[in-house]
Design a protein around this ligand. Sequence first.
Ligand code: CA
Length: 499
Amino acid sequence: MLENFWRKYLQIKQKIFMKQTLGNSSLHFLSLTKNNNGLFWISFLFGIFSCLMLFWLYQTGESYHENHGAEEIGEIVTNPISGKPFILNTLVENLSAQENNQLECQLPKNVSIVHAINDKTPFKQWLNSFKAEALANDISKETILVAFKNVYPIQKVIDLDRRQKEYSVTFSKYLRNSISARRIERGKSILKKYRTLLKNIEGEYGVQPQILVALWAMESNFGKNMGNFSTINTLATLAHEGRRHSFFRNELLCALHILEEGHIHVGEMKSSWAGAMGQPQFMPSTFFYYGADGDADSKKDIWHNKADVLASAANYLNQIGWKSGQSWGLEVKLPKMFDPYQARFSEEKFLKEWHGLGVKKSNGQQLSVNNRIKGSIILPSGIKGPAFLVFHNFRIIREWNKSMNYALTVGHLSDRLMGQRKLVGKAPKGEKPLTRKQALSLQRNLKILGFYKNKVDGMVGLKSRNAIREYQKSKGIPADGYPSSELILQIQNSIFPLK
Ligand code: CA
């Protein structure tokens, strides 16, 4: 219904465009014929030709839009229903996608279809359009009926999606919150209990048992905290209302595929408020592409079946490039004169080179130099905190979760499960978490100074730290990229000097 209305609207808009163009041509024609008889017949024939061409364009205009919608980028028209500006190509692209059944359950990285959304579309109306899309994508009527039997939007999910954290968490606090003596003991007993299963999985996928158990602990506390939201209701809420609606629309379609394949009943398909499902907290697209059947019962049940949980996690890491038998990294000790500018995540050097620069293991022993492994040094709490040398597999953990704190904690927890000691490096004295206000102000100031070129979002990640590092380098101070309170104040004062 809405689509037909839009089609009519676009047709009317095209007609107005044709009339305007035709009118201009006629005026041009008249001005020529006034002063020059010789030009009269040329202009007359040109006018006839123009009329024929415009008539042809008018006839074929709609099919052009349907076939080449994505090329008509950027024209803004007003939505006659909501009165809000609307980018023409997104609507046309949406219609084309539905007509050509182009939408598929895709990997998160590859989500490219931008769906038009009218935030005033009632949920039920939106759901009907989604159901049609799902049907066109090989989801059966029965699955759609069962999946959406009790569907409703969840206000709490919207609130959680829109909340802004007032404080960031420092690395040391993150580590403290994630690794307790009790968790280590539980992890060790799980390593024992599931030794055979974990060894078999390592044999098949090449991922060490302690890494899988550490991830399991971090994601759901070994299956205790999986989230209790209905996956379908959560994703439908975010696909209809949320800020990243096209991403969640795709995830919802993937969730329907999971139900269609019969891995889980809709009532048991629980997730976090953001749609992360089961014991490994997989998004539906991750499940769809990397879920594995660990006990050969033809089902991939990452909610209840531990063999499926661990095989799925191992398969995911394996598929995204885990190197069998290699370590994630280790804590290191830096020499006194170490230039922290070298501790950049993008700066990879062979172990031999780091050894040559005086880097040692945290217990003072020499680094191994008899291999060809490359790694980067990272300083999550700056030059005064612990230092880590991280390898390829650390980057794979970051594919699972982009947070540096997360990846370091998974790595360190996996070591602790194997009996290694606590970190030697301590948090800098008086370390405080950044407030959101401080983080926003820091990014804005670095932008003013020309060091930061990305979005001011209050999230101090790798890009912000690189900007800090470049600022420090320009001032000749140790360039560790760490946003200490002193540094934030120094940057602030360099722009707005105190009187
Ligand atoms: Ca299974």
